[in-house]
Design a binder for this molecule. Structure first.
Ligand SMILES: [Cu+2]
Length: 130
């Protein structure tokens, strides 16, 4: 909870107008994922924010990736890895992912040799962090 408050504070300071972010130098990263279902079945849009694991400071990501799998079904799914891209302001673009079934998925966010795993319960009308 404390980390959440710190992250929100950092975002409110730096998240306005022009994005400010620090360089990723193989820091331990953390990620804040906010996903929502689109109108197509099993397709979700996710806002991905990569932050410094300790300070919560937003990190600029170039060449990062996100990949989804299901911890409860190892090797069962093959959702293509998605490149994380930024727009001209350095803001991370939302990613669109097509999953293969509802349930709890793990999102592996990688940037600069550091990877963090986030679990999300994807259902037809919701995507809830676990
Ligand atoms: Cu599955």
């Amino acid at each position: 909870m404390r980390r959440f408050i710190i992250v929100m504070g950092v975002l409110s300071v730096f998240g306005s107008a022009k994005a400010e972010c620090g360089a990723v130098n193989s820091e331990p990263i953390d990620a804040v994922l906010t996903c929502a279902p689109l109108s197509k079945t099993l397709v979700y849009k996710c806002d991905v924010r990569v932050i410094h694991a300790k300070t919560g400071f937003p990190l600029c990501v170039h060449g990062g990736t996100i990949q989804f799998d299901m911890p409860s079904m190892p090797m069962a799914h093959h959702v293509p890895k998605i490149d994380l891209r930024t727009d001209t302001n350095g803001e991370m673009k939302d990613v669109e992912v097509r999953l293969e079934m509802y349930g709890e998925w793990r999102a592996l966010v990688s940037a600069s040799g550091s990877t963090v795993a986030k679990r999300i319960d994807f259902q037809s009308r919701s995507a809830t962090p676990r």
